[in-house]
Design a protein around this ligand. Sequence first.
Ligand code: GLA
Length: 375
Amino acid sequence: MSSPRSLILAALILTSYVSIAEAPITLKGAFHGLFHIGAAINEGQITGRDVLGDNLLATQFDSISPENVLKWERVHPGPDKYSFDLPDRYVALGEKNHMFIVGHTLVWHSQTPAWVFQDEHGNPTDRETLLKRMHDHISTVVGRYKGRIQAWDVVNEALNDDGTLRKSPWLKIIGEDYIVKAYQFAHEADPQAQLNYNDYSLETEAKRNGAIALIRKLQAAGIPIATVGIQGHDSLTWPSAQLEDETISAFAKLGVKVAITELDIDVLPRGSVSHTADIDYNIKSDSRLNPYPDALPDAAERELAHRYADLFAVYVKHSDVINRVTLWGVTDSDSWLNNWPVRGRTSYPLLFDREGKPKPALDAVIQVAKATSTP
Ligand code: GLA
């Protein structure tokens, strides 16, 4: 017969096993060993004001991207003025949580102040001046976080939807080699940093082909381009899992890795602006365009969960080439989709709801990871 002491011991061991088995699996825990799970973070999270967001971040994610604080207009607002307070805190937060820290973004046509492209009379500046500004910006910002920011979105959205180069001020003033130059400057400033090319709608054939040509050009110029960033501002129907699969395979063939950099799935009507994430779009508000002001109906919640699971199944299938999947925000209340392409809507594109509670979509993606790890 067992002694009461051994019975108590057995009961204790059993309860500890049960509690280990029942500990809720976190997002980062579920995908550990497959790829990093990231979130874009805002000022509230960087400063600690958003306690709920910070708790979710620390427990559920192991990578961060700065939603805005490292964009040119924020970090380098005037010719001789850099604002490093928030970026410094951003990087410190990532280090405190042992996260894979992403820098976003160095060269973009948007959220870049007008002075960057102008001379003292407000006319377009010349190639040499703009190249020097680009160089100074990149070497100052990348150099400051050398060895601490592990990956940089160097050029963001250089392509039009038809795959040609966007006629941005960078292209018009410097010429096509502005892209190679940007990567050269970034590589000089931190030779260890992973350099990413980042864009949206890369699943459409023409734009994907444009990106492939661009990556080949960078490789031919000796740039150690590490990843293509598929932004992943997706809808319930686009891109299909098959298209996503083909797109990832097409980039992997170039010998680069793929990062899903800005994932969110929009459940709201998009009107005429489907398949894009061009932040210049702005559609007039209309209550028909804001169908769920109070809550997402169950059927739509389930549809979102299925859609997330389908996309994550593709990412897991390609986990040998995918190095991170980053959600563009922590909770639904943080999402830019509450204000784009229509202002003031109630959007539901992420894995945690407005109160920070897990949505069915969270469980759905965790189940995808579990199915992979169970033989
Ligand atoms: C683009 C940019 C991001 C962000 C989103 C919308 O995808 O790369 O920085 O601005 O638009 O928030």
